[in-house]
Design a protein around this ligand. Structure first.
Ligand SMILES: [Zn+2]
Length: 123
């Protein structure tokens, strides 16, 4: 069960108990990233997009993991020949954010042996 909007505060190395706060040790906002629990790591300066999901990413995912996701997203776009202008493609990517970053859902596989079979842009 998800506890949305009410998160148990945990102490970080700088003693702050808010999920997102300024850390004086590293000089930026930090977050308890879901992918490295217990470590206060630099947060994204702002949500990556304007939605509940974007705000959740800023609260729960660190800047470094977001960069990892962006690289992975590029692979997905190429592999599945996605067009981010299309709602269907965006929904697929949002689903993959849930699967890859939050562990909610099935992670789509990228079969690198199929490289070269991807549709050309505009084709
Ligand atoms: Zn992280």
């Amino acid at each position: 069960m998800q506890l949305l909007g009410r998160r148990l505060a945990r102490r970080s190395h700088c003693g702050a108990t808010e999920p997102l706060r300024h850390c004086y040790l590293v000089g930026v906002n930090t977050v308890d990233c879901r992918r490295h629990p217990g470590e206060a790591v630099p947060a994204l300066p702002r949500p990556p997009f304007r939605s509940e999901l974007g705000e959740r990413i800023q609260r729960e995912i660190c800047a470094r993991c977001w960069q990892d996701w962006l690289q992975h997203q590029t692979l997905l776009i190429n592999h599945y020949a996605l067009d981010p202008r299309k709602l269907e493609s965006r929904n697929f990517l949002y689903g993959q954010i849930g699967a890859v970053l939050f562990g909610e859902g099935e992670v789509a596989e990228i079969d690198t042996s199929k490289r070269g079979t991807i549709a050309a842009p505009g084709g």
